[in-house]
Design a protein around this ligand. Structure first.
Ligand SMILES: [Zn+2]
Length: 431
């Protein structure tokens, strides 16, 4: 992926005469390869502030992409979201045009200024919540309310994982507030599993046996769903803990469900043992937000961060499969990064690959405790100092199977030391 592409920014000025009223005009511009987002802003200037109405729309290289008439002066197109009235989709390279409808122009004419930005594909960390409920099952939020709440706390994406249904996936908005990811929480009487990324992952949900479960999970996997076992060691709910076998099609495990609590400690210990045994399940987080009853169960608590090639649903799912994921207690929590030469968090470094592992942690607070953990246990413990919001360290691997990071913090409001952030491992191939 070429991340050195220049962002294309241009301002085009068009003079429109009174005689052009009721015509449609095209203002052409060129879109290059690997564009992720196009944003257009229109300013209309008439002499003496006389009344003028210019309608706005967009044509892509392959056809009309939308029309907002006189309702808007800004349009943004992205692969999976767009300004209402416009179609999300690929920014195909070629000849595009801003469409202007000359509705109403004063005698002296008007000047239209168009600011056009073509933002290149830009691999980056995106943050979201992979587990949430709406009125489509036992949640209190409409989808619109969920979108507003996710936007207000700064999330880039939100998975809708209502219990044993997919009606929530049929009509969610594609506007710019948050990128929705379709999902379903397959809720059995012996454990819950999220099927993330496709609108209709299974045709039935009534799991009565291990072979039923295997069949449904295989159907979901075939249809492209990412499969994540939820709160596997939940203790406060009889039927919530995972009592089925761990099927080979499972991609991920929700090690961090809602505010950090004892069941998360147990899930973490289970995951660590699983990693040490050689299995490489992606650890993800999910708030499991249903309503406003508990002030600590909120969208984005915890937040799952994924290193995605583009702000696209498929890239977010791919990043989770690639284990390029860390989790923080909130969108504002610590940020974690690990690399070993060209290899990133989640990658497997070959045996003959580089040995120096670089760890960068940002948004730390004084006295945060940083643990570097391998299959052998805690390798290093560091305490963040005052005025030390970022920390970089280098460690050399010596036959470990993986390194991963945990950040623990004293939260005064609950008077407890809790997980503030945790990474997925960077893995090392064994000799
Ligand atoms: Zn749930």
């Amino acid at each position: 992926m070429d991340s050195n592409l220049e962002s294309y920014h241009r301002i085009l000025t068009v003079n429109i005469a009174k005689q052009q009223e009721k015509q449609f005009l095209e203002v052409p511009f060129r879109v290059g390869e690997n564009v992720e987002e196009i944003a257009v802003n229109m300013t209309v200037r008439a002499q003496n502030d006389e009344r003028a109405t210019i309608d706005l729309g967009m044509r892509g290289a392959n056809g009309i992409r939308g029309w907002s008439g006189g309702a808007r002066s800004t349009v943004i197109l992205r692969p999976d979201t767009a300004t209402p009235g416009y179609l999300p989709g690929t920014m195909e390279p070629g000849d595009w045009a801003v469409l202007l409808g000359v509705y109403e122009v004063p005698a002296q004419g008007v000047t239209v200024e168009l600011s056009i930005d073509c933002v290149p594909v830009n691999p980056r960390w995106l943050c979201g919540d992979l587990h949430s409920h709406t009125v489509h099952s036992d949640g209190a939020f409409s989808i619109d309310e969920a979108a507003n709440r996710a936007q207000a706390c700064g999330l880039d994406f939100l998975a809708l994982t209502d219990h044993n249904t997919y009606s929530q996936n049929l009509g969610y908005p594609r506007d710019l507030r948050v990128l929705f990811i379709p999902g379903m929480e397959l809720t059995t009487y012996a454990g819950h599993v999220n099927l993330i990324g496709v609108a209709h992952p299974v045709d039935d949900f009534r799991v009565a046996s291990q072979s039923d479960l295997r069949g449904y999970l295989q159907t979901a996997a075939t249809r492209g769903a990412l499969i994540s076992v939820n709160h596997p060691l939940e203790m406060s709910c009889d039927s919530c803990a995972w009592r089925w076998e761990w099927d080979s099609v499972v991609d991920a495990v929700e090690v961090w469900n809602g505010p950090w609590h004892e069941a998360n400690d147990k899930a973490l210990a289970w995951w660590q043992a699983s990693l040490a045994s050689g299995r490489r399940l992606t650890a993800i987080g999910g708030s499991d937000t249903h309503n406003l009853q508990d002030p600590y169960v909120q969208h984005g608590r915890p937040t799952t961060w994924v290193y995605a090639e583009q702000y696209r649903r498929d890239d977010i799912l791919r990043a989770i499969r690639q284990r390029r994921v860390f989790i923080s207690y909130a969108p504002s929590g610590p940020r974690l990064n690990m690399s070993c030469g060209p290899y990133l968090m989640g990658d497997v470094v070959p045996e003959r690959g580089p040995h120096l592992v670089r760890v960068v942690i940002e948004r730390l607070e004084a006295d945060d405790e940083i643990l570097l953990i391998s299959d052998r246990g805690i390798e290093q413990r560091t305490v963040a100092g005052q005025e030390e919001p970022a920390l970089a360290m280098e460690v050399t691997r010596h036959g470990e199977r993986f390194y991963r990071i945990e950040v623990w913090r004293w939260f005064q409001e609950v008077e407890q030391r809790l997980m503030a952030a945790m990474s997925n491992p960077i893995y090392f191939e064994e000799g």
